[in-house]
Structure formats: structure tokens, C-alpha cells
Design a protein around this ligand. Structure first.
Ligand code: FCB
Length: 449
């Protein structure tokens, strides 16, 4: 039986600049917070990653062999503006060549302007807790749009502001590695403001374009259906899933969420008059990243230590994942994906959705030139079936980008987690198509599963 997808469904793969490019000092590129963070913490750095900056032509050829027609990549702000503000034409020229090469191979480019690699020069000005960054980001967005907007129609402002703000400035597991819960909330607000100003800048430059932002969602599960469990789940859900979504939809921050966070005393003073209007720029589509659900439980003693990684939440804890896990320890729950898409369909009032990332890390091995990654094949099959089920039940899902084209630099985990459809040997840079790549190519060719 074939599960067919709608005509014109956009099939793609996704990557991010710092995770694949390498060449971190080439052609005038300035340092980003990820260069500083990885060098300081002694984990592997994004150099050489997949050496994509030098091998992009080969990688585009690979995409074209796979027959996957869309490609989502991100632009490194510190290549285009090494100090965050002054243009480096050689950096911009790289993305110009990349876009042309994609188009020559019949592949539609989808640009993400910010995938976490803030120029270090702007971190020196305080980073995302400084609201001036929103204006710098809008200038940068306009610069890139002026260079590529004649050929690129799909524009995403920011990837996962949740991670950039709450992991970067809250628990400090990601760059810039700051642990300040109050500042993390302000960073979150300023990232939304930056999105709004960038959306205005992109549209001010004319042309037909689709403007989106990409959010990561974690459906929240609880074991017990009673008032305290429901309240723990509500708190987690509001901060993880609605802090970013509701202001984008023009609804501001939910009052319960503001109450949950009031004790930190930072978020409400950071919201200036007019901010919420700027944030609520119309979206053409919403980019959805889904990997795993979360499990929330109440804490009997609200002051007790909690494993909850989210800034400012009290009285609740998170439980370890269960069942089948990926090598990163993420729980595999395709059924939550269907529920999430149906909830978004309703909550966002019919805004079209595109899956901007979904995928899994497993321990892969090259054996006689092949990678039999049956766990990943199964993961994709189940999650694509979950997307299909949501479409059948009325969700307006327009496309699916598999994370990721290549094994790459997985942030704080360095090179230990392989998410690629294509295996990369980081010593030799040899690429080998995994079985999951062949499986995905077949789904794309049939427009069905
Ligand atoms: C997402 C990120 C992406 C990648 C995947 C595994 O949160 O957007 O860069 O790291 O997780």
C-alpha cells in the first residue's frame, strides 16, 4: 500500500552552516560564538566539520543524484559580516555561488538566516539579551536578501529561538555558555523581536517571497491524569511550545506563562511598547522541527532540585525518556508527531506548516562500502507515516526536510552523533550514501511511502 503525499509536496534535506562548512577563518570570516565556545570548552570545533565550504559543488551533486528537490541551508552571519555589521563580499559570494549551483542542478534553495552562530563581536556587546541585536539582525537579513532575493523565495529568519535563548543563555550547554535564567528569557524575547524586524526588512526589499520562522516543539506527556500533573505539563508546554508561538501569532505571551516566570522579574520589563506588534508579522508558513516528546511531573517540594532544563520553571521536574531511544537518548514517538501537527493546525488557525527538521542519530558503520542503517530507515518510515496521518486528518503540511543531509558537527556533542542520510568520514571527508538515503530518495521519487 502506498501512502501518497499531496501534489507539489516539498521534499528536502536540511543542514546548518556551522555544522557543515568548516573553513572558519577563510575569506575574512569572523569568529562566531560557536568558535569561541568550542575552543574554550575543549570539545571538537566546527573545523573542518564536513569541509562543505570547499566541497559544496560535490555536495550539491550528491543532492541532485538523490533527486531531492529542496535544500534548506543556513547562512553564517559572521561570514557575511565578520563583525556583525560590516559586509565581507567574499563571504556573501560563497552563498551566491551555492545558490547558483543548486539552481543549476534543479534544486530549490531555502535560506535560514540564523542557525545559532552569532558573530562573537555581537556577543561582546552582550549577545541576545541586548535588544540592539534585533536591529543588527534586520540589517543583516536585508543584506543577504539584496544578494540572493532574486533567486531565493523561501526565507526563514531564525532556527529554534528556544535553543538559542534557553540553552545558550539559560543552562549554558550551548554557546555562548551563559547560565542566567533571567537573561535567557530576555534573549528569547529579543530573538522574537529580531525575527519581526527581519521579516519587515525582507518584505521591504520587494519580490515574491515566503517568510517563516522555525520552532522546535516537544509534546508533553504525563503519567497521571490529575490536577498537579496536568499543571506540571501545562507549565512545561507553555514555556517550551508557546513562549515563541503565541507572540508570533499575535496573541502575546500567555498570561499563565508570564505568571510562571514573574519571579525572575526580567521578561515583562523587556517587552517595550510596540514590540508585540513587530513580532506578530504575518507568517507565510511555520517551520516545525520535531524530534521527541518530553515527560513532565510535579515536584512535591517546589524548592527541591529539578532536572528541568527550562529557565524559570518551578515546582516541576522532567523524567527520563522511555522505550526505544536514539543514540542521543531521545525517545521515539511518531504518534506524538501526528498529534502535534493536528494541534498546530488548530492553534495556528490554519497557517501552512512545513516540517523543517526531523531525523535521528544512530551509531552507523561503513561495512564494505555500505551503511545498513535500518534503525534510521524505520525512524523515517514511522515519522513520515505520522506526517501522512496528520495530513489525512486535515493538517496543511506542505513539505518535509529530513535532518540531515550529512553527518555533521552536532553542537555540544561534537562529532559523536550521526544524523546524516549520507555518512561522512571526518578524517578523509569521504561521503557514503546510507540505506536511509536510498529509502528517502525512493519516497521522494514516488511522492509516497
Ligand atoms: C536541532 C537543530 C539542528 C540539529 C538537530 C539534531 O535542534 O536545529 O541543528 O542539531 O537538532
Amino acid at each position: 500500500m502506498t501512502l501518497g503525499f499531496p501534489d507539489g509536496f516539498r521534499w528536502g534535506t536540511a543542514t546548518a552552516a556551522y555544522q557543515i562548512e568548516g573553513s572558519t577563518t577563510a575569506d575574512g570570516r569572523g569568529p562566531s560564538i560557536w568558535d569561541t565556545f568550542t575552543t574554550r570548552s575543549g570539545v571538537a570545533t566546527g573545523d573542518p566539520a564536513c569541509d562543505h565550504y570547499r566541497r559544496y559543488r560535490d555536495d550539491v551533486r550528491l543532492l541532485s543524484e538523490l533527486g531531492v528537490p529542496y535544500y534548506r541551508f543556513s547562512v553564517a552571519w559572521s561570514r557575511v559580516m565578520p563583525d556583525g555589521r560590516t559586509v565581507e563580499p567574499r563571504g556573501l559570494a560563497f552563498y551566491d555561488r551555492l545558490v547558483d549551483t543548486l539552481l543549476e542542478h534543479g534544486i530549490t534553495p531555502m535560506v535560514t538566516l540564523y542557525h545559532w552562530d552569532l558573530p562573537e563581536a555581537l556577543q561582546a556587546k552582550g549577545g541576545w539579551p541586548n535588544r540592539e541585536l534585533a536591529d543588527h539582525f534586520a540589517d543583516y537579513a536585508l543584506t543577504v536578501h539584496k544578494a540572493l532575493g532574486d533567486r531565493v523565495r523561501q526565507w526563514t529568519t531564525i532556527n529554534e529561538p528556544f535553543c538559542a535563548a534557553f540553552i545558550g543563555y539559560g543552562n549554558g550547554d550551548h554557546a555562548p555558555g551563559i547560565q542566567d535564567e533571567g537573561a535567557a528569557l530576555v534573549a528569547g524575547h529579543n530573538l522574537l523581536l529580531a525575527h519581526g524586524k527581519a521579516a519587515q526588512a525582507l518584505r521591504s526589499n520587494g519580490g515574491e517571497q515566503e517568510v517563516s520562522i522555525v520552532l522546535n516543539f516537544a509534546p508533553v506527556l504525563t503519567d497521571v491524569d490529575d490536577a498537579v500533573h496536568r499543571e506540571a505539563a501545562r507549565k512545561f508546554d507553555f514555556l517550551h511550545n508557546r513562549f515563541f508561538l503565541d507572540p508570533l501569532l499575535g496573541r502575546g505571551y500567555p498570561p499563565e506563562l508570564l505568571a510562571d516566570l514573574a519571579h525572575l522579574g526580567t521578561l515583562e520589563p523587556a517587552i517595550a511598547d510596540g514590540d508585540l506588534e513587530i513580532i506578530a508579522q504575518p507568517l507565510d508558513v511555520l517551520g516545525v522541527n520535531y524530534y521527541a516528546p518530553a515527560r513532565a511531573v510535579p515536584l512535591e517540594d517546589p524548592e527541591a532540585d529539578s532536572n528541568c532544563p527550562l529557565p524559570g520553571l518551578r515546582g516541576m521536574d522532567v523524567q527520563p525518556p522511555r522505550g526505544e531511544l536514539t543514540s542521543l537518548g531521545w525517545e521515539q514517538r511518531p504518534e506524538c508527531f501526528t498529534e502535534l501537527l493536528l494541534w498546530l493546525q488548530e492553534h495556528c488557525g490554519g497557517l501552512p506548516l512545513v516540517i523543517a527538521e526531523n531525523g535521528a542519530a544512530f551509531e552507523d558503520e561503513v561495512v564494505e562500502g555500505r551503511v545498513h542503517d535500518e534503525k534510521r530507515v524505520r525512524y523515517f518510515a514511522h515519522h513520515l507515516a505520522a506526517v501522512h496521518a496528520a495530513i489525512e486528518r486535515g493538517a496543511d503540511v506542505r513539505g518535509y526536510m529530513a535532518w540531515s543531509l550529512l553527518d555533521n558537527f552536532e553542537w555540544a556533542m561534537g562529532y559523536t552523533q550521526r544524523f546524516g542520510l549520507v555518512h561522512v568520514d571526518f578524517e578523509t571527508q569521504k561521503r557514503v550514501l546510507k540505506d536511509s538515503a536510498l529509502f528517502y530518495a525512493d519516497v521522494v521519487a514516488r511522492n509516497g511511502l
